[in-house]
Write a protein that binds this ligand. Structure first.
Ligand SMILES: Nc1ncnc2c1ncn2[C@@H]1O[C@H](COP(=O)(O)OP(=O)(O)OP(=O)(O)O)[C@@H](O)[C@H]1O
Ligand SMILES: O=C(O)[C@H](O)[C@@H](O)[C@H](O)[C@H](O)CO
Length: 169
């Protein structure tokens, strides 16, 4: 049965992959990481410390939009994707028939920086945080999860699941 996809969005370090994977497990849905769909040139650019432009992101978002349509038809998935600007979110929505469910992980600069500095095995360095935050247009719809220093990923996912059940009623 066709079911809307859930997109876990936010800047680098907000926990999209961590929370998205656990949420998918909890809901019994497949998980996809938007980062796995970036062309190699985009990854190389970010790893070299250069923010992506709208043009760099266009093909990537179009590819994800196509996949979203397929995943929706297959029963719905959870996708971790930065989706920083409104126009990017519109591109993603265009691939889908049902309204996407947005889960926005919102954290302070200090929290995000600490997380990025604590992560050593990733191409995206803490120095990219400012450009991510400058690009971010916070959505005014969907589920917003304000991140705290004290909650475990499992606790964050429990909050998301509770909000999903409220928005489903
Ligand atoms: N609730 C949490 N409490 C503490 N640390 C967390 C929590 N959620 C995620 N982290 C840690 O924060 C870091 C960033 O998380 P993650 O890689 O999932 O973010 P991301 O948004 O997918 O980042 P990117 O877009 O750069 O891939 C990781 O080291 C992760 O283990
Ligand atoms: O739109 C973007 O700038 C990118 O998607 C980034 O958010 C990275 O993919 C991610 O942070 C790296 O892990």
């Amino acid at each position: 049965m066709k079911q809307a996809n859930i997109i876990v969005m936010g800047v680098s370090g907000s926990g999209k992959t961590t929370i998205g994977e656990l949420l998918a497990q909890e809901l019994g849905r497949p998980f996809y990481d938007g980062d796995d769909f970036h062309p190699a040139a985009n990854v190389a650019k970010m790893a070299a410390g250069h923010p992506l432009t709208d043009e760099d992101r266009a093909g990537w978002l179009a590819t994800l939009a196509t996949h979203l349509g397929e995943w929706e038809a297959a029963g719905g998935a959870v996708l971790a994707c930065s989706a920083l600007k409104e126009v990017y979110r519109q591109t993603l929505q265009a691939g889908e028939q049902l309204p996407l469910t947005w889960v926005f992980l919102d954290g302070s600069r200090e929290l995000l920086e600490a997380r990025l500095e604590g992560r050593h095995d990733h191409y995206m360095k803490a120095s990219m945080l400012d450009s991510q935050l400058t690009t971010l247009e916070k959505p005014t719809y969907g589920i917003r999860i304000e991140l705290t220093n004290s909650e475990t990923p499992a606790q964050v996912v429990a909050r998301v699941v509770a909000e999903l059940s409220v928005s489903a009623t």
